[in-house]
Ligand binder design. Structure first.
Ligand SMILES: C[S@@+](CC[C@H](N)C(=O)[O-])C[C@H]1O[C@@H](n2cnc3c(N)ncnc32)[C@H](O)[C@@H]1O
Length: 261
């Protein structure tokens, strides 16, 4: 699950439509209009919801996704079958930083929606190299995620909160915006566009306390799920998030798109 994209006039209480709008915004930036059978790849596809959304919008597209979590592969395949797009959407288990991944394949568009944060380093070099290798010349890359802007942490406490947030999300570090775009350029990407979506995602971020409380009540207090450390982390993370995000801190949510020349 990713954050939703709020458009003026939309209902900010309707979470699903904001999630779907985020998929639509990623697709719009992949520039596939006019391609008869676009080939698209989702690096870090989770349960494949974005791929199924693309499948509904692009009846001739060939869609692939990679996740390193085996149960996500199984579940996404079942969801794809149930949605009637099992033949066109292919989800594979793999590491998106592994240079042998999908050797010989080439795509019109590659995207990473809230999955690039799991890649190594402050510039996410290995992930971007992979995206570059897997795109055809003229192909588009879209990355949407939290980044660290050039602003500094206001003090050591805020930096410690950021480190705890990374622990909760099981990531090493967020990408640094400047280093990330510099790496894109070095790799030969052009038309690099950085859009700050902080205000666009704010309404869906506001849903987190309610969704978390609902999960706690239905699944843990009155349900059968145990309160594991990972679940605690999922509850703590949204509390920490605003303390390190703009306007209080350097973290910001961006959509970055680029073309491979
Ligand atoms: C927060 S989820 C986002 C899922 C999906 N993009 C969405 O928007 O719902 C992060 C995803 O990245 C995947 N991931 C993280 N590191 C990965 C890696 N090295 N190779 C492949 N997938 C990875 C995880 O398995 C997970 O599916």
């Amino acid at each position: 699950m990713h954050f939703g994209y709020y458009r003026a006039g939309a209902n900010p209480l309707h979470r699903e439509s904001m999630l779907e709008q985020m998929n639509a915004e990623v697709l719009a930036r992949l520039h596939v209009d006019g391609i008869a059978e676009p080939r698209l790849l989702d690096l870090g596809c989770g349960l494949g919801a974005t791929l199924r959304s693309f499948a509904r919008r692009l009846p001739n597209a060939r869609l692939s996704g990679v996740t390193r979590v085996p149960w996500q592969v199984e579940q996404s395949r079942a969801l794809n079958e149930a949605a009637g797009c099992g033949e066109r959407v292919c989800v594979l288990e793999g590491d998106y930083e592994d240079p042998s991944l999908l050797l010989g394949s080439v795509y019109d568009g590659v995207h990473a929606l809230e999955s690039s944060c799991h890649a190594q380093g402050a510039d996410k070099a290995l992930l971007l190299e992979q995206a570059h290798r897997l795109l055809r010349p003229g192909g588009r890359l879209v990355v949407c995620d939290g980044f660290l802007s050039s602003r500094r942490f206001v003090n050591r406490l805020q930096h410690r909160i950021y480190r705890r947030l990374c622990e909760c999300w099981v990531i090493e570090e967020l990408a640094q915006l400047g280093l990330f775009t510099q790496r894109l350029q070095q790799l030969g990407f052009r038309e690099i566009t950085v859009e700050n979506l902080q205000m666009r995602v704010a309404p869906s971020v506001a849903h987190i306390p309610w969704v978390t409380l609902k999960f706690l009540l239905t699944d843990v207090v009155f349900g059968e799920r145990a309160m594991t450390r990972a679940r605690w982390n999922n509850i703590i993370a949204p509390v920490l998030l605003p303390l390190v995000s703009a306007p209080l801190g350097p973290m910001t949510y961006c959509m970055i798109s680029a073309t491979k020349i």
